[in-house]
Design a protein around this ligand. Sequence first.
Ligand code: SF4
Ligand code: SF4
Length: 94
Amino acid sequence: MECSRVKKCEVADCAYNASEICHAIAVTIGDSSNPKCDTYCLSAVQGGDIECMANVGACKVAACKFNMSLECQADEICVGYKENEPDCLTFQLS
Ligand code: SF4
Ligand code: SF4
Protein backbone atom coordinates (compact mmCIF):
# COMPACT_ATOMS: atom_id res chain seq x y z
CA MET A 1 0.00 0.00 0.00
CA GLU A 2 1.51 3.34 -1.12
CA CYS A 3 1.37 6.38 1.17
CA SER A 4 -0.57 9.40 -0.01
CA ARG A 5 1.39 12.67 -0.07
CA VAL A 6 0.18 16.03 1.25
CA LYS A 7 0.80 18.03 -1.95
CA LYS A 8 -0.32 21.39 -0.57
CA CYS A 9 -1.66 22.82 2.68
CA GLU A 10 -3.15 26.31 2.87
CA VAL A 11 -3.36 26.34 6.69
CA ALA A 12 -0.71 29.01 7.24
CA ASP A 13 -1.11 29.22 11.04
CA CYS A 14 -0.26 25.53 11.64
CA ALA A 15 3.16 24.90 13.20
CA TYR A 16 4.02 22.33 10.52
CA ASN A 17 3.31 24.68 7.61
CA ALA A 18 5.90 26.68 5.67
CA SER A 19 5.10 28.20 2.25
CA GLU A 20 1.97 26.01 1.84
CA ILE A 21 3.94 22.78 2.38
CA CYS A 22 3.31 20.49 5.35
CA HIS A 23 6.63 19.47 6.92
CA ALA A 24 5.32 16.92 9.40
CA ILE A 25 6.67 13.46 8.59
CA ALA A 26 3.10 12.14 8.56
CA VAL A 27 -0.35 13.53 9.33
CA THR A 28 -3.49 11.87 10.62
CA ILE A 29 -6.76 12.89 9.01
CA GLY A 30 -10.26 12.80 10.34
CA ASP A 31 -12.59 11.07 12.70
CA SER A 32 -15.51 8.83 11.82
CA SER A 33 -17.41 11.58 10.00
CA ASN A 34 -15.23 14.65 9.57
CA PRO A 35 -12.08 14.97 7.38
CA LYS A 36 -10.23 17.44 9.61
CA CYS A 37 -6.45 17.40 9.96
CA ASP A 38 -5.84 15.89 13.41
CA THR A 39 -2.16 16.86 13.28
CA TYR A 40 -2.95 20.60 13.03
CA CYS A 41 -1.12 22.43 15.81
CA LEU A 42 -0.82 26.03 16.98
CA SER A 43 2.65 26.62 18.43
CA ALA A 44 5.43 29.19 18.49
CA VAL A 45 7.80 26.33 17.58
CA GLN A 46 8.27 25.50 13.88
CA GLY A 47 7.19 21.87 13.58
CA GLY A 48 8.48 18.98 11.49
CA ASP A 49 11.49 18.71 9.21
CA ILE A 50 11.88 21.49 6.62
CA GLU A 51 13.38 18.91 4.19
CA CYS A 52 10.32 16.68 4.49
CA MET A 53 6.94 16.72 2.70
CA ALA A 54 4.25 15.01 4.75
CA ASN A 55 2.56 11.73 3.93
CA VAL A 56 -0.87 10.74 5.19
CA GLY A 57 -0.03 8.31 7.98
CA ALA A 58 -3.64 7.35 8.65
CA CYS A 59 -7.14 8.52 7.79
CA LYS A 60 -10.16 7.63 9.91
CA VAL A 61 -12.82 8.80 7.40
CA ALA A 62 -14.07 5.43 6.16
CA ALA A 63 -16.84 7.12 4.12
CA CYS A 64 -14.35 8.81 1.76
CA LYS A 65 -14.06 7.20 -1.66
CA PHE A 66 -10.25 7.24 -1.37
CA ASN A 67 -10.26 5.40 1.97
CA MET A 68 -9.34 1.75 2.20
CA SER A 69 -8.92 0.04 5.57
CA LEU A 70 -8.65 3.47 7.26
CA GLU A 71 -5.71 4.45 5.04
CA CYS A 72 -5.73 7.04 2.25
CA GLN A 73 -5.30 5.65 -1.26
CA ALA A 74 -5.36 8.97 -3.15
CA ASP A 75 -2.00 9.72 -4.81
CA GLU A 76 -1.95 13.09 -3.06
CA ILE A 77 -4.23 15.31 -1.00
CA CYS A 78 -4.66 19.04 -0.41
CA VAL A 79 -5.53 20.52 2.98
CA GLY A 80 -7.09 23.91 3.69
CA TYR A 81 -9.62 25.77 5.78
CA LYS A 82 -13.27 24.81 5.29
CA GLU A 83 -15.78 26.47 7.63
CA ASN A 84 -12.91 27.54 9.95
CA GLU A 85 -11.55 24.01 10.27
CA PRO A 86 -8.37 22.62 8.67
CA ASP A 87 -9.81 19.91 6.42
CA CYS A 88 -8.70 17.45 3.76
CA LEU A 89 -10.06 19.16 0.62
CA THR A 90 -9.63 15.97 -1.42
CA PHE A 91 -12.35 14.23 0.63
CA GLN A 92 -15.24 12.88 -1.45
CA LEU A 93 -18.10 10.72 -0.23
CA SER A 94 -18.00 7.23 -1.71
S1 SF4 B 1 -1.61 19.22 6.72
FE1 SF4 B 1 -2.29 19.45 8.83
S2 SF4 B 1 -0.40 19.31 10.07
FE2 SF4 B 1 0.21 19.69 7.95
S3 SF4 B 1 0.45 21.92 7.81
FE3 SF4 B 1 -1.64 21.41 7.15
S4 SF4 B 1 -2.93 21.60 8.99
FE4 SF4 B 1 -0.77 21.47 9.66
S1 SF4 C 1 -8.76 11.94 0.51
FE1 SF4 C 1 -10.22 10.86 1.82
S2 SF4 C 1 -9.10 9.05 2.55
FE2 SF4 C 1 -7.59 10.54 1.80
S3 SF4 C 1 -7.00 11.71 3.62
FE3 SF4 C 1 -8.65 12.85 2.59
S4 SF4 C 1 -10.53 12.16 3.63
FE4 SF4 C 1 -8.91 10.68 4.10
